[in-house]
Write a protein that binds this ligand. Structure first.
Ligand SMILES: [Zn+2]
Length: 192
């Protein structure tokens, strides 16, 4: 049980390459019944989520290569009620149901992107007892799900689907450009 540090792509001055590579690794599926180790990861996710101003955290963002994320249950500002998503998957999307809006990422501090995403989606996830749950999501919670899913697949909010970027200071811009170049060299199939 611990509040963990967030794995970040830069420290404000330089890119942390080991962290970028770790965040680009697809996470491993969780087996049921949950092992003691996986239960500890979930407990760290809960502690970190509750101590951090955020809408969600993926397991690899706190250093664990596991297919789990924690996310807000409802789209309400001060409500930190959460859901643990294990082995989550998007089953249904439609190009006719799209949305776009600003997104930040705990792993990419100080940057905000206008991201284009699906709106209405059908998802599945497993709870801590291994029970499959099917849900229909839209709006903010749908966007959150897609953002966290990308983390678990080893993708970051770099490349694809970005409509626009909010202005940031020059130093951040510079390391972001460097990161984008590095990322495209290591991720050729990022045509999403
Ligand atoms: Zn993120």
């Amino acid at each position: 049980m611990a509040v963990k540090d967030i794995v970040q792509v830069w420290d404000g001055k330089e890119i942390i390459r080991d962290n970028v590579e770790f965040l680009m690794e697809p996470t491993k599926k969780v087996k049921f019944p949950l092992s003691t180790n996986t239960k500890e990861i979930i407990s760290d996710l809960i502690d970190t989520y509750q101590a951090t101003p955020c809408a969600g955290v993926a397991a690899n963002q706190i250093g664990y290569n596991k297919n789990i994320f924690i996310g807000k249950k409802n789209d309400l500002d001060h409500d930190k009620d959460f859901i643990i998503h294990i082995n989550p998957k998007i089953d249904k999307t439609s190009d006719e149901s799209m949305q776009s809006g600003p997104e930040g990422c705990l792993s990419i501090p100080e940057k905000t992107f206008i991201m284009s995403r699906f709106d209405k989606i059908t998802i599945r996830r497993y709870d801590e007892n291994g029970r499959k749950k099917i849900d229909k999501l839209n709006g903010f919670i749908s966007r959150l799900f897609q953002h966290e899913m990308e983390h678990l697949q080893g993708r970051l909010m770099i490349g694809g689907k970005i409509h626009d970027e909010m202005p940031v200071d020059k130093a951040v811009e510079k390391i972001y450009d460097e990161l984008s170049n590095y990322y495209s060299q290591h991720n050729n199939d990022l045509n999403i």
